[in-house]
Design a protein around this ligand. Structure first.
Ligand code: DAL
Ligand code: ZN
Length: 304
């Protein structure tokens, strides 16, 4: 019996050795099915590991830095994506600049007609004038207090009158009562005024504060000279620095008005500083001119 038991033991040992050998062959030759990590390029056998590199490629198409080449010039939204990509913004790229929130002034300029007397953007200065017979067809007497009771200069075009009334109400809320001095002036009235000033101060001096007939903004129906309710310093240099003048400089644009002849821009506008001369241009233009400290000449003629 011990002999037979010894033979069985030998078979068992042989089988064990054979099993170990077979298993070691399998591990070194066809490892795809083993639990050991497979290299990424381990062959087209459809394993999970094989699919991962394809998945890893996807971020390349989602990478914002890849988008500009694909989408350049297609539309604004895509340009926005471009600008958002860190390090991708080229300051010389006009499209990118717009996408960043910069205003497209060229496009805004193109929407206004500075040569149409009926346009709220009509440009009237020493170079650009109005037809002698121009008279707006929507003039209304403005329902505000006036310093002088001569009603011939109490009118404005409807849109400017409405805005002025709103602005006066806002100033009153802030504790400042304003009054009108002079609004729409016909060609004939402007002629009479200009000639009076030339006779009084001489042409050179008059030209610094009074427009020749046909060249006054007052004849557009979009300009109003404004003073404090007392009338003190009305259309006079001493209006500068008053609480009313400071309030107008700060808030007029909110109602579509600009201080048309600002301090320091005399060479551009052709006129002395007139903190009282309010010109209606609408809230869009007024905000642009206010925020950039531009005159109408700078915005419309200098290609800013
Ligand atoms: N005071 C301005 C320039 C005018 O006369 O229209
Ligand atoms: Zn004026």
């Amino acid at each position: 019996m011990p002999h037979i038991r010894g033979k069985r033991m030998l078979y068992v040992i042989i089988i064990l050795i054979a099993s170990i050998w077979l298993s070691s062959c399998a591990a070194s030759g066809n490892g795809q099915t083993s639990g050991s990590p497979a290299p990424a390029d381990s062959g087209p056998s459809g394993t999970h590991q094989d699919q991962e590199p394809a998945h890893d490629d996807e971020p390349d198409t989602e990478d914002p830095s890849a988008e500009p080449d694909q989408d350049q010039g297609q539309d604004t939204d895509d340009a926005n994506s471009e600008a958002d990509a860190p390090g991708d913004v080229d300051p010389s790229d006009h499209t990118v600049g717009e996408a960043e929130g910069q205003t497209d002034y060229e496009a805004i300029r193109a929407r206004y007609d500075i040569s149409d007397p009926d346009s709220i953007a009509v440009l009237v200065n020493k170079t650009y004038g109005l037809p002698a017979d121009y008279e707006p067809d929507d003039l209304v007497k403005v329902a505000i207090p006036f310093v002088y009771q001569d009603e011939t200069v109490h009118s404005l075009r409807q849109i400017a009158a409405d805005a002025l009334i709103e602005m006066f109400a806002a100033a009153k809320e802030d504790g400042l009562e304003l009054a009108g001095v002079s609004g729409y002036r016909s060609y004939a009235i402007q002629k009479m005024l200009y000639e009076k000033y030339v006779a009084r101060d001489g042409e050179e001096a008059a030209n610094k504060y009074s427009a020749k007939p046909g060249h006054s903004e007052h004849s557009t129906g979009l300009a109003m000279d404004v003073a404090g309710i007392s009338g003190k310093c009305a259309a006079n240099n001493c209006f500068a620095g008053t609480p009313e003048a400071l309030w107008l400089a700060e808030h007029a644009h909110e109602y579509g008005f600009i201080i048309r002849y600002p301090l320091g821009k005399e060479d551009i506008t052709g006129y002395q500083y007139e903190p009282w001369h309010l010109r209606y241009v609408g809230t869009e233009l007024a905000a642009i001119l206010y925020e950039n400290d531009w005159t109408m000449e700078e915005f419309f003629l200098n290609e800013t």
